[in-house]
Write a protein that binds this ligand. Structure first.
Ligand SMILES: Nc1ncnc2c1ncn2[C@@H]1O[C@H](COP(=O)(O)OP(=O)(O)OP(=O)(O)O)[C@@H](O)[C@H]1O
Ligand SMILES: [Mg+2]
Length: 364
């Protein structure tokens, strides 16, 4: 009887030697998150910390070839990752990355953020609370910004719960060229998420330093090129990722998303306070799920009325606009077809808010 595909692939990978040590890449634990599916598609990440980008590329090519040669494999999607040590000081635009990863995690994110030299404005989309629509808004606002003619990037910084592959309908993993990860171009936006590097269930097992390593990689190992604006979809809460981004001094500002109800508003205040304390400009507050519109145009204020706008005023932060509850929005998001890209009334809402964000940047 033939062995399961995953085992045969693993055995094939175990014949690939790491030139640096002479040991095989499986025994060294360099092969991570190996998965196979029923169609014979193989995915894995190859840990390539410490070597030159050329070495990393060569090893990745060798590993891919070994996997592809296995009977029953139809496609191989593999990426090089560098979680445990700093890989490519030489190619980093900022240069001088010499801290091993996980030792000084915050300075590393700072350096990684600084390395995105071609990105003019970086904007964090944040909220105190989870599930208020950060990812949905980040994705649609990025599409709206691109449609308005801005070169736009979208970085999904939610390592444990990446949303971008679903929101943008991206099923392929990212590719690597010259030691850099190539972001996927979708709906006019240059997009990148940990979900395009590894399978989401794999990232779930990661702990603090690896999560920060992944975030760092999404910044410094991705060939973002030149962008007018990059939106960063942040994870729920106000944790390490937020602090690191703030401390990187690379944020142009933050956009806070809230639903109208009181609970969420306490969180808005907390979110705003975090950015305020660090002198990161609050570009404004967006009220999401603001109302539900009946076919006859009548609005019902399911979660209360105008709360985020009041808090914005009270705190002296600009109010960027309200996004109603669009039942189509959830559906379109799950289907990977952002409404901002089409003719839906939501597209106009997103375009207006995107314009206000640009205006807020210009006012700084
Ligand atoms: N205006 C809206 N109308 C209808 N559905 C919405 C709207 N905004 C968000 N949703 C839906 O609400 C759910 C949560 O949205 P989303 O995942 O964007 O929130 P989030 O703040 O990023 O969550 P998390 O904190 O877990 O990252 C999704 O199913 C999304 O499709
Ligand atoms: Mg999210």
């Amino acid at each position: 009887m033939t062995q399961p595909l995953a085992i045969r692939v693993r055995n094939a990978l175990a014949k690939v030697a790491n030139p640096k040590t002479g040991r095989n890449i499986v025994a060294e634990g360099l092969v991570q998150g190996l998965t196979t599916d029923d169609n014979g598609k193989v995915r894995f990440a190859l840990e390539v910390a410490g070597g030159s980008p050329q070495d990393a590329d060569a090893l990745l090519v060798a590993a891919k070839a070994a996997a592809a040669a296995v009977d029953g494999v139809s496609a191989v999607s593999a990426v090089a990752t560098a979680h445990s040590a700093e890989p490519k000081a030489a190619t980093s635009p900022a240069g001088g990355h010499d801290n091993p990863l996980g030792v000084r995690k915050k300075p590393q994110i700072e350096q990684a953020a600084q390395s995105m030299a071609g990105v003019k404005h970086i904007i964090a989309i944040a909220s105190g609370k989870g599930g208020v629509g950060k990812s949905t808004l980040a994705a649609n606002l990025a599409v709206a910004l691109a449609a308005a003619g801005y070169k736009t990037g979208l970085l999904d910084a939610d390592i444990y719960g990446p949303s971008l592959p679903t929101l943008f309908g991206l099923t392929d993993k990212a590719t690597v060229r010259d030691g850099k990860i190539i972001p996927v171009e979708a709906h006019g936006v240059r997009a990148m998420s940990i979900g395009m590097l590894v399978d989401p269930d794999q990232a779930l097992a990661w702990r603090g330093p690896m999560v920060m390593g992944a975030l760092k990689q999404l910044m410094s190992d991705v060939d973002w090129g030149s962008l007018d604006v990059m939106l960063i979809d942040t994870p729920p809460g106000t944790g390490d990722a937020h602090l690191s981004l703030i401390q990187s001094k690379r944020l142009t500002g933050a956009v806070i998303v809230s639903t109208p109800q009181e609970m969420a508003l306490a969180d808005v205040r907390r979110g705003i306070a975090l950015f305020r304390k660090t002198e990161t400009p609050i570009l404004g507050v967006i009220e999401n799920m603001a109302w539900l519109e009946a076919p006859d145009g009548e609005r019902s204020y399911v979660f209360g009325k105008g709360g985020a706008e009041r808090v914005a005023q009270e705190l002296g932060a600009p109010f960027l606009g309200a996004v109603p509850l669009y039942p189509d929005l959830r559906e379109a998001s799950d289907a990977g077809a952002p409404l901002a890209a089409g003719e839906h009334p939501a597209a106009k809402t997103f375009a207006q808010i995107a314009a206000k964000i640009i205006a807020a940047i210009e006012e700084l």
